[in-house]
Structures are given as C-alpha cells and as structure tokens.
Design a protein around this ligand. Structure first.
Ligand code: 6PG
Length: 224
C-alpha cells in the first residue's frame, strides 16, 4: 500500500491515470479503467478532458458503482463522467460500459456482470478509481450492507438503508482482482477514517480493498 500526500491532487491523479493507460495499452492493447462516482473525481475527469492527448479509442470504461437512477439524473455517476469527460473528448459510446441504473437493480447488476464477462472472464481492471465516504464506504459498499459479504459475484445490487435506496456496486472480488486500485481522497471530514485504516484497522469497508495481485494507492489531496 502506498500513501501519497499530494499538493497537486488533480495533476497527480491525471499522471497516475495517464501512466496506467500507457502501460496497459503497450502490454495488452486496451486500458480497462473503472471510474469512481461522487464529487471528488470530477475535476480530475475535467483535467483529463482538457489534456485530451490520451488514446481514448483504446480505453474500456466501467463504473465502480452507480445509483439506481436514469442516466440523465443529476445523481447519476455516468452523467457526471459524461459531462466532465466523455462529451468534451467525444468518447465513442462503445468505449463506455454504462451501468443501467434505470433498470430493476437485480437486472442491472446481472446485465453488467454478463457485459464484463463477455469482454474478459474473470474481468480484470488495469486501474480502479475509488472514493471513500466519512463512514468508510467505498463504491457502494456501505457498512453493514449485504454486498460486503459477496464473494462469488463481481457486481451486485445493494440496498443502502441510510439512503433507503438501491445501488449497483462492484464487490470485493472484482475490486481486488485489479492490477491497481487508487483511492482518490480530497476532502475534510475523512481524516479520522483514513488514519483508522492506515493504522491497520479493518472495520471500515474501504479497508478490505486489497488487490490480491496488484497495487493499492491512496492519493490524498491538499484538503485531507
Ligand atoms: C458514489 C461513489 C462513492 C463516493 C464516496 C466519496 O457513488 O457516491 O462511488 O463511493 O466515491 O461517497 O464521495 P465524494 O467524492 O463526493 O466525497
């Protein structure tokens, strides 16, 4: 595990993504990246779009989780990425594996599982971007929810009582199969959770993200 305390959070994140993109495409001809939702990644996606020198046609984009809303909802992680990155660079639709949040949650999870398996089975990301909540959740793996215990499926529907809402989320098997997982954290209010995890405690969901044959990076921005 590598903890990077950055004073140039956005550009450092762009650098990590660009390096992983180049390495993956050189090695395998494709860059399999999972985008995180929430608010932290948006300026990073915007900076990627502004750079716009990456081989987008070799990217294969997934989402580490999605809210159960239509793609045009302001709650949609897909919509955030579309506005920040896909539209500005003209990302080809066939590069994007969108989670169909508008469908029945179980159907959406099953469809996504099949979509990943059709490309590679078991599916292995080159880079998974994740955020962390002040309750220690990541993706939509929230404390005391059923998805935390799933060991035999890569993507599931997960009911989140704190929101009284369903989410679609990667599970630990898919997350921990990645070549590299990078947490992107740049907000006040998460330091206690971070220090608890860095001290070796495993009670928060984020602490169980440990790639079995890959790298784990925590990129902490100026606001941490
Ligand atoms: C989501 C994300 C979620 C997010 C954290 C941090 O769908 O909201 O996947 O796991 O990464 O809640 O969110 P912020 O970046 O907004 O703090």
């Amino acid at each position: 595990m590598e903890i990077l305390r950055s004073r140039s959070f956005v550009s450092d994140a762009v650098g990590i993504i660009a390096r992983e993109s180049a390495d993956a495409i050189t090695a395998r001809g494709v860059f399999r990246i999972a985008l995180s939702g929430g608010s932290t990644p948006r300026p990073i996606y915007e900076a990627l779009a502004a750079a716009n020198h990456l081989p987008w046609d070799k990217w294969e984009i997934t989402f580490s989780d999605e809210r159960c809303v239509p793609p045009d909802s302001d709650q949609s992680n897909y919509r955030m990425a579309k506005l920040a990155l896909f539209d500005p660079v003209g990302m080809a639709p066939d590069r994007i594996l969108r989670i169909a949040g508008e469908l029945d949650p179980a159907v959406a999870a099953e469809n996504y599982t099949r979509e990943l398996a059709a490309r590679e089975s078991p599916y292995r990301h080159d880079l998974v971007l994740l955020g962390i909540g002040d309750d220690g959740h990541t993706a939509s793996l929230f404390p005391e929810t059923a998805a935390l215990g799933v060991a035999n499926r890569p993507v599931v529907a997960n009911f989140v009582p704190k929101f009284s809402a369903w989410r679609i989320t990667f599970t630990y098997p898919l997350l921990n199969a990645a070549r590299h997982v990078c947490f992107l954290v740049n907000g006040a209010g998460k330091n206690a959770v971070l220090e608890h995890i860095f001290a070796g405690h495993s009670d928060y969901p984020s602490a169980a993200v440990k790639p079995s044959d890959g790298r784990l990076t925590w990129l902490l921005g100026e606001k941490c």
